[in-house]
Design a protein around this ligand. Structure first.
Ligand code: CMC
Length: 378
């Protein structure tokens, strides 16, 4: 009999002790450092929330101003990183471009003094500052345009939308995008965060940690669902088609994108906030053709699948918000990465605080004492 119980996907197996975030999936509670997500979404900003996640407490006015100022000063990319990006194929996925760029930062800032608080602070600032610039630069360069330089007079969210669309966003859109970043910044030990922690535990540099997490987030079972939701709403096409679509999915045992969650068995609190943001955006700048379909889909899935705990997750409404903000569909996951960089960095720092390299065991299922077969006898 095996000495250990094996659980596929490590479901329910604690991988660490953490004080960064908390989820109660039965009551629909998400807290960052003990503060409820709806309070942060309505009262904080993304950079303030990032500070809270990474340094453990809300910053004072002076601390926040200093943090924002440092990030603003490090937004630009070295021209050699831009030159490297020129060689990327236009058809490549933006997540692959981001992973390569994050890793490349390690070539330029490779000092592995991870026990030096000043180095840690610098790495946090550089990554938070440069990840949005890299995402926006790839978007422009793959369309044959030069990247737009960051603008020092714009806040974090507004500057990203400006670099992406080459147009300064209105303050309301910038605010909505900032809230989206806050909502996606952290979510306990999911696949990409675990990946960041494993990489961090080897004491490698933080650029490798973030590159590793970006690669993990890119998979369709993790970060890619928002992209899929928009495609699904497009295929459904009309409110009348929703019920037959759901019936077909149930009959054919197909997953409905943007629904269900390993932890939440009620509506994801972030989905509720995002739905509200989407409604505010549509009130200001016109309805989205897919919103009525999305609301009907939530209603019908609720009728037919709530007994299984299947409700909208964070990805259900986020795509509709991003669409309205002019963000291309294949940038939804890189936008998720911009935001989650805050959570990954928080876990990097926490991991180093009490580090032990990850080295799990396995249950061997192979053979023993197999004689070597000579080439001619195979
Ligand atoms: N549509 C229809 N049925 C579903 C769905 C769904 N979206 N999600 C779960 N179920 C059913 C599933 O068929 C199963 O039914 P049964 O017990 O009768 O076989 C039951 O609910 C349990 O599902 P599961 O797949 O075993 O649950 P899980 O915890 O392994 O999966 C999940 C969680 C998020 C991978 C899954 O719900 C899913 O694939 N959802 C669609 C994709 C999606 O929206 N992903 C975004 C997740 S949130 C953001 C992130 O993590 O990055």
């Amino acid at each position: 009999m095996a000495a250990y119980e094996y659980r596929a996907g490590l479901e329910g197996v604690p991988a660490t002790q953490s004080s960064i975030s908390f989820v109660d999936g039965k009551s629909g509670i998400l807290e960052y450092r003990g503060i409820a997500i709806d309070q942060l979404a309505s009262q904080s900003t993304f950079l303030e929330t990032a500070y809270l996640l990474i340094w453990g407490a809300l910053p004072s006015r002076q601390e926040l101003a200093a943090f924002e100022g440092e990030i603003q000063r490090h937004r630009r990319l070295k021209y050699r990183i831009r030159d490297m990006m020129k060689c990327f194929p236009e058809s490549g996925h933006p997540m692959d471009a981001l992973q390569a760029c994050a890793a490349a930062l390690g070539l330029f800032y490779s000092k592995r003094a991870i026990d030096d608080p000043a180095y840690m602070q610098e790495a946090v600032v550089r990554l938070l500052a440069k990840v949005p610039t890299m995402v926006a630069a790839f978007q422009l360069m793959r369309n044959g345009n030069d990247p737009v330089q960051p603008r020092d007079d714009l806040g974090y969210a507004a500057n990203f939308l400006y670099m992406l669309n080459e147009k300064e966003p209105d303050p309301f859109s910038a605010h909505i995008f900032d809230v989206c970043l806050t909502l996606h910044a952290e979510h306990t030990i999911n696949a990409s965060t675990f990946s960041a922690m494993v990489t961090a535990s080897t004491l490698t540099d933080p650029y490798a940690v973030i590159a590793s997490a970006v690669g993990t987030l890119a998979g369709p079972l993790h970060g890619g669902a928002a992209e899929e939701v928009v495609g699904m709403l497009e295929r459904i096409g009309s409110v009348e088609n929703v019920r037959p679509f759901v019936d077909r999915c149930i009959e054919q045992k197909q997953k409905i994108m943007g629904f269900g969650h390993r932890v939440y068995k009620v509506k994801d609190p972030r989905a509720t906030i995002l739905q509200n943001l989407a409604e505010q955006l549509f009130d200001r700048s016109g309805q989205d053709e897919y919103y009525a379909i999305a609301v009907e889909l939530e209603k019908v899935v609720g009728e037919k699948m709530s007994y299984k705990g299947i409700y909208p997750n964070v990805d259900f409404y986020s795509g509709l918000v991003y669409r309205k903000l002019g963000i291309p569909t294949d940038l939804y996951t890189p936008v998720f990465a911009i935001s989650r960089t805050a959570g990954w960095l928080a876990h990097w720092k926490e991991q180093l605080g009490e580090n032990r390299i990850f080295r799990p065991t396995q249950i061997y299922t192979g053979l023993h004492e197999v004689p070597y077969t000579a080439m001619d006898d195979r």
